[in-house]
Design a protein around this ligand. Structure first.
Ligand SMILES: [Zn+2]
Length: 441
């Protein structure tokens, strides 16, 4: 077996150390220690924060030039609304609204802190656990034009420059999106456009120029957001062309209308597909699952935010065998998430080879176990809880911090019980699968 020759002289060792030191400095700051405060984002880093409010999905992206994107804005404090313990307790506590928690989080980690504005905010689809459920007691904004929940809560506190969703401007495809929650969201868009200059765009599958770096695009040519799918249209992989998977006249479920995208930074790749399903119902036609079509054009990734919170209808075996994620982010909030078969698929070396780690935002809470037994039976619950003990983490905000250039990343779990950036655990470094300079593990 060939081994590289050892350096012979002190001079060579010195040069090697110098090189190692220099490349470390170029890559970015060293990872923080457990219990320490998270060091702030720096120019060239890519930060992806999966924010845990215990109520749904919200993720803040800080791109390498400081451009910011908020993807979804969480749900509603269900535990207060529905105290059955089926859902996770709200984080950090039951006092505020989920949208307020997201807004505070954004301010804490935003490169411009107090002056924080969001370059982009984007909704994967129109469900309450992603845009904020409208409750009868959701308070009105100061202007009185809309009620505060989820995205309207965040946008009321933090200026949003451009909103991207699947329905603008008519919200009638593939079927009209109605109801009080949608009317409230549209009232928010209207007021923000008239008074604060908000721009709104419809997410277009196939394009790679809709979400772009706003500050120094030329400095980071290896950065791209490729729109993969929305409203049943899936990128073909050629140019910006997309093809419709929904047959004329058929009504898809809202989850399958979710938008999906792939983020590339140097050798690093990340996928998010909202709540799209990967399983066909009994006797259902092929178009009722989206994951397979999406997987073909997405290809392998490093990090994957699980579709539909790890609910059993997501992450089919084909999808996983193509994406082969090293890191799974399980943004959970209900007792059903993850299902036992889904977790078996994630962990199965027969579906794809190589190591992988699972980071879950909400693990066990009082009363959860009895709901799991009702859903999955006692033996499966015992197996699930045993597996939870082996996951990389089961509670907290999950930050993927990619080094300058994109060749390497860490996963950092942050404490979610208060308004701090305290580090619970640090994982990695992981080499990006497309890294030019490092061997894949
Ligand atoms: Zn959802």
């Amino acid at each position: 077996m060939h081994r590289p020759a050892l350096p012979h002289s002190a001079r060579e060792i010195f040069l090697l150390l110098l090189l190692a030191g220099t490349s470390g400095a170029l890559r970015g700051a060293q990872p923080p220690a457990r219990g320490a405060e998270l060091p702030p984002w720096e120019q060239g880093m890519l930060d992806i924060h999966q924010i845990n409010t215990g109520t749904g999905d919200a993720a803040l992206f800080i791109f390498p030039d400081g451009t910011t994107l908020l993807l979804d804005a969480a749900g509603v404090n269900r535990a207060a609304a529905r105290p059955s313990n089926y859902d996770a307790p709200p984080r950090p506590n039951t006092a505020g609204r989920a949208g307020q928690t997201v807004a505070r989080y954004v301010r804490r980690v935003h490169p411009e802190r107090g002056k924080a504005a969001l370059d982009y905010a984007m909704l994967t689809h129109f469900h309450g656990d992603h845009m904020g459920t409208l409750m009868p007691d959701s308070p009105r904004s100061k202007s009185g034009a809309y009620q505060l929940t989820g995205i309207t809560d965040v946008g009321d506190e933090i200026p949003i420059r451009r909103m991207v969703d699947r329905g603008w401007p008519r919200y009638d495809y593939p079927a009209p999106s109605g109801g009080a929650m949608m009317l409230n969201y549209r009232a928010f868009l209207k007021w923000q456009a008239e008074h604060r200059g908000l721009k709104v765009d419809r997410f277009e599958p196939g394009r790679a120029d809709q979400i772009v770096l706003q500050r120094s695009r030329q400095a980071f040519p290896g950065f791209e957001i490729r729109n993969i799918a929305a409203n049943g249209f899936v990128w073909t992989g050629s140019g910006t062309e997309s093809r419709n998977r929904f047959p004329e006249g058929m009504l898809p479920i809202e989850n399958n209308c979710s938008l999906a995208f792939r983020l590339t930074y140097g050798g690093f790749r990340y996928f998010n597909g909202g709540d799209m399903a990967g399983f066909l119902g009994a006797n259902a036609p092929a178009w009722t699952e989206m994951e397979s079509a999406v997987a073909w054009v997405t290809g392998p990734v490093d990090v994957h935010a699980l579709n539909h919170h790890g609910t059993p209808d997501g992450a089919n075996a084909f999808f996983l065998s193509v994406l082969q994620p090293r890191i799974h982010i399980l943004s959970t909030y209900a007792a059903s998430q993850p299902g036992p078969d889904l977790l078996r698929r994630l962990l199965s070396p027969r579906i794809y080879p190589g190591p992988r780690e699972v980071f879950m935002t909400n693990g066990i809470w009082p009363g959860r176990r009895e709901h799991m037994v009702k859903l999955y039976g006692e033996p499966e619950t015992v197996w699930l809880l045993d597996q939870f003990g082996k996951l990389a983490s089961t509670q907290g905000h999950v930050l993927v911090r990619v080094d300058r250039g994109g060749d390497r990343y860490h996963v950092i779990v942050l404490n979610d019980t208060g308004d701090t950036n305290r580090v619970t655990s640090v994982h990695g470094p992981y080499p990006s699968r497309g890294a030019a300079t490092e061997t894949r593990r």
